[in-house]
Design a protein around this ligand. Structure first.
Ligand code: FES
Length: 160
């Protein structure tokens, strides 16, 4: 079974649980698909559109409105930058900008080599560690723009 066939089978099983049409179940469906597959592929969005009888453009419109949805698979190192209030006050914007510059990747994207993805998230419940980033679920506390370079270099070295 190819990756896409597997994905679409998973998608069909989720859609079966939501028999209605229209927008009501759109968000829960997208959440389940992302949970199951890690991101929302174009094929999945088309399948959801057919099922709910909604145009694909509408689904993209709704999905892009919510920060929680991804349209590409995450990288080997999925970096989440907290932009909650405590982290913001302590410089998370600068952390994010340094990260984007260091990896040469804009937030919300995955690098072409599949090594990194950057996601901006709301408070991840570790305000005492602000500004905090999470890499594959592991928190890095009180991250300074200077430390970003070292963190990224270490990850690159791990991969070699
Ligand atoms: S605001 Fe960043 S962890 Fe709470």
């Amino acid at each position: 079974m190819t990756e896409q066939t597997k994905e679409l089978a998973g998608c069909a099983a989720i859609l079966e649980k939501h028999p209605g049409e229209g927008r009501d179940s759109l968000i829960p469906i997208l959440q389940e698909i992302q949970e199951n597959h890690g991101y929302l592929s174009e094929a999945a969005i088309v399948a959801v559109g057919k099922h709910l009888k909604l145009p694909t453009s509408k689904i993209y419109g709704v999905a892009t409105f919510y920060n929680q949805f991804r349209f590409q698979p995450v990288g080997k190192y999925h970096i989440q930058v907290c932009r909650g209030t405590a982290c913001h006050v302590l410089g998370s914007l600068s952390v994010l900008e340094h990260l984007e510059k260091e990896i040469k990747l804009k937030k919300g994207n995955t690098s072409k080599d599949g090594l990194f993805s950057i996601e901006v998230v709301a408070c991840i419940g570790a305000c005492g560690l602000a500004p905090v980033i999470s890499i594959n679920g592991e928190f890095h506390a009180k991250v300074s723009p200077e430390r970003i370079k070292k963190i990224v270099n270490d990850l690159r070295r791990n991969h070699e």
